[in-house]
Design a protein around this ligand. Sequence first.
Ligand SMILES: [Zn+2]
Length: 58
Amino acid sequence: MENTRLFRCASCGEEFRLGEGERTLRCPSCGSKVLILLEGESLSRRKCGGCSGGSCST
Ligand SMILES: [Zn+2]
């Protein structure tokens, strides 16, 4: 299975998956870049400053 992340758009609530190599993180529905990571590895694994969910272990 590919490394994909599950995101939810903060604007319209659309949930969608993006692959690990995807660099343009935008909502496919409304085009918003304000996304909430629901599942998968954090985008920046080294620093956890923006982590607000429960997936962060540090
Ligand atoms: Zn959206």
